[in-house]
Design a protein around this ligand. Structure first.
Ligand code: MOS
Length: 745
């Protein structure tokens, strides 16, 4: 259990986020956003804004910024970001409400904001296409985001999944829906961009992948990637929303180049909703066919997601059902409805978040239909091989998660009959769900340096988006080198720290729950390489006590080098040799074609209390048991799972954008109206880890934790609401009014 190595800096406000860096001569930007969702800008009056105090420049489509765009979707780049960037020459088209149509640069933030209000825009407006419901009958199959389309699994005797369902003893057919969701990081996207006299750009910008961010900015600025330095020392939350490059970084860089001053551009909370991405709305139809004993015979999971006309990403949630339960017949399908709405992106457990809600609620409906215990139903359909590709799992203990979770939670006290526990004005219910999230890791190169002050520095360009990456680096390096944690310094969040070329996957950084499992094995490799380099130096340097020995005669242990009965601590050795430090890098690469299926697993249990008179749902407690391999830092791992479960609670009970159909405006783009869980909404969350090392997945044995807490937790809550009330709410969030008819006396 290790506290955050940067904890004191984080809680005292000493940690610098992207907007906190003092830069000489800084000027400020403020965005002007469109007030229509579809149309052409006829005129924009910039004169009043230009004449306002402190204003240096007003950029519009009529006075555009100079950078490359609109961007093609190049290989690997911009996959999860917008495919159109604003303020391009001659691009007067408005494609969604809240699109960037102007950028004011002024001496102060307030001057820029005031001037933005003076810009008058005249549009030739067209009727926006904003209704998801209207588009569903004409939804189309999109190209797959990655990999080939998925084929159905069918027993030879069935011609279709419907035939397999019709042949099942029991079927449930059900449909679930949810609105767009927004990441709402504590730190809205902010960039400070400064060019030097040599045409090199330094940009402070919060990102999950500084190297990819630098590449994307370089493409837009039409400069070499090496000319862009991204500094992302601390990131105030990301959750997928800072995986790609969004307008603030590009516009700040382009404007700074044109006004020849460093520019800071910070989004307001409201602007986040349309200038950066969101999780698309989705409806899903889930049909399950089973034998009377609960064994699944058929799974049919179809979904329709929204897609923005300015980005490629959609919420393909049905594929989740390919990797959870064993059934001989499986069909998954995905369609999209393209709308005039802000760009979408990945958001914590993209796909799995909603897909697990659909599958795990349907499993609860099946358990109810069969009068089977929901835990027993999951156990009956568990499999030690991947259910559709058949490969063996590297390590899987979902059954133990389910059984141990049930025991810890007190599941045996559950009343199977809904609405049978009433305590005063509260209806009490228990619910559960399972979760699966694929184990990802990327090629990663880390650097380890022995310093002459007796410290070890470990790092790379990768950033800590708030998950505790900095601490995992320190723990892993300390452990690899037998050093106390206090003598290890993590340096990260700066592209200068990774001079080596990297694959796109490695540059993407902290995504797909891959962060720790990618960096930890690379740190081990780097620690070994640094130790070898240190020993080599010690045998070569004239002032070293080991001069002239063969390297294999010198050993390293716990920070001390020894040979022939002599020992010296490395800091002392480097000082004696008058060397600042010895640095080496190490790379760890996953298997190109893994021999095993690899995933993290969880079982979530929830007790809810629903008010009989108001329909208000309170989550009373949660238990989550997680199988994610070796746990590198129990404290940080626990917070990751708590964070994931809190997301599930938000998904189940609170979250959802309200899009005004007539205008495409997001009507609740603020913390008063877009509800996310606050401390008062969060109960005691009991988190337990099984801690079985998965050394097939990686040499350290750890699997990802960032997203598995979210997968299934909303379903556990929704299933508990059904158990409490007898009402199955299939449209999220489960807001009080949806429970009112049943809660009336
Ligand atoms: Mo996560 S949505 O892969 O940043």
């Amino acid at each position: 259990m290790t506290n955050r190595v940067d904890g004191p800096r984080l809680v005292t406000g000493a940690a610098r986020y992207s907007g906190d860096h003092p830069v000489d001569g800084l000027v400020h930007g403020y965005l002007v956003l469109s007030t229509i969702a579809n149309g052409t800008i006829r005129t924009m009056s910039a004169d009043a804004a230009l004449a306002a105090p402190g204003v240096l420049a007003v950029f519009t489509p009529f006075n555009p910024l100079r950078y490359a765009g609109p961007w093609a979707q190049g290989p690997g780049y911009y996959l999860y970001g917008p495919n159109r960037f604003p303020l391009q020459p001659g691009d007067r088209e408005v494609r969604h409400h809240g699109q960037v149509i102007g950028l004011i640069i002024a001496e102060t933030f307030e001057q820029a904001r005031d001037a933005a209000a003076l810009v008058d825009t005249a549009y030739d407006a067209r009727r926006p296409n904003t209704s998801f419901a209207d588009g569903i009958p004409n939804a189309v199959v999109p190209p797959p985001l990655t990999g080939p389309p998925v084929a159905d699994v069918l027993e030879p005797r069935f011609g279709s999944i419907d035939a397999a369902l019709a042949d099942s003893a029991v079927t449930v057919r059900t449909s679930y829906s949810q609105r767009p969701e927004h990441h709402n990081p504590m730190e809205p996207h902010t960039a400070i961009a400064a060019w030097d006299a040599d045409g090199k750009l330094t940009i402070h910008s919060g990102t999950q992948g500084p190297l990819l961010h630098a590449q994307e900015i370089a493409v837009a600025m039409e400069v070499e990637a090496a000319a862009v330095r991204v500094i992302s020392t601390h990131v105030g939350g990301a959750f997928g929303g800072k995986a790609s490059t969004w307008p603030p970084a590009v516009l700040a860089a382009a404007a700074a180049r044109q006004v020849r001053r460093p520019v800071k551009l910070a989004l307001t909370r409201e602007q986040l909703y349309s200038v950066t991405g969101h999780r698309p709305a989705v409806v899903q139809d889930v049909a399950l066919g089973a034998a009377r004993n609960g064994k699944l015979r058929a799974i049919k999971h179809d979904c329709v997601s929204t897609r923005s006309n300015v980005s490629s990403l959609y919420n393909g949630v049905s594929g989740y059902s390919l990797g959870v339960y064993k059934a001989p017949n499986v069909h998954t399908g995905t369609k999209v409805v393209t709308l005039d709405m802000p760009p979408a992106t990945i958001m914590r457990a993209p796909g799995e978040e909603a897909g697990s809600f659909g599958l795990e609620c349907a499993m609860d409906e099946l358990a109810h239909a069969l009068a089977l215990d929901p835990v027993a139903l999951r156990l009956a359909n568990d499999t030690d091989r991947h259910p559709t590709n058949g490969g063996p799992y590297s390590s899987k203990h979902l059954a133990e998660c389910l059984q141990l979770g049930a025991a810890r939670f007190g599941w045996s006290r559950r009343k199977a009959e809904p609405r049978s526990v009433v305590e005063g004005e509260w209806l009490v219910g228990y619910g559960m769900a399972a979760g699966v999230y694929g184990a990802n890791r990327y090629e990663m190169t880390m650097r380890v340096a022995f310093r002459n002050d007796g410290t070890v520095h470990v790092g790379a360009a990768t950033s800590d988006m708030g998950t505790g990456m900095r601490t995992v680096l320190a723990i892993t390096a300390a452990d690899s080198l037998g050093m106390p944690l206090a003598r290890v310094v993590s340096v990260l969040g700066d592209t200068r720290l990774s001079p080596d070329p990297m694959s796109i996957g490695a540059m993407a950084g902290a995504v797909g729950s891959a962060g720790s499992s990618s960096v930890a094995p690379a740190i081990r490799a780097a620690a070994k390489a640094a130790t070898d380099a240190l020993i080599l130096r010690a045998t070569q340097h004239e002032r070293s006590p080991f001069h002239g020995l063969a390297p294999e005669e010198v050993s390293y242990r716990d920070g001390v080098l020894s040979a022939n009965g002599r020992s010296i601590e490395f800091g002392r050795l480097l000082t004696v040799m008058d060397v600042d430090g010895v640095t080496a890098s190490g790379t760890s690469t996953p298997e190109a074609t893994p021999s095993h299926a690899m995933s993290s697993f969880a079982a979530h249990f929830s007790e809810v209390r629903v008010n009989r008179f108001t329909g208000e749902t309170r989550v009373a407690r949660m238990t989550s048991v997680v199988d994610a391999g070796t746990i590198l830092n129990p404290a940080a791992a626990r917070s990751q799972i708590i964070g994931g479960v809190v997301w599930g609670l938000g998904q189940a009970l609170l979250e959802g954008a309200e899009v005004e159909p007539a205008t495409g405006r997001i009507a609740n783009a603020n913390f008063a109206d877009y509800l996310i869980p606050t401390n008062a909404d969060i109960p005691d969350i009991d988190v337990h880890f099984l801690n079985y090392p998965d050394t097939i997945f990686n040499p350290v044995g750890s699997r990802g934790l960032g997203e598995i807490g979210t997968v299934g937790s909303a379903a556990a809550i929704a299933n508990a609401v059904f158990n409490a009330t007898g009402v199955r709410v299939r449209d999220l969030p489960i807001s009080p009014e949806k429970l009112l008819p049943a809660s009336e006396e």
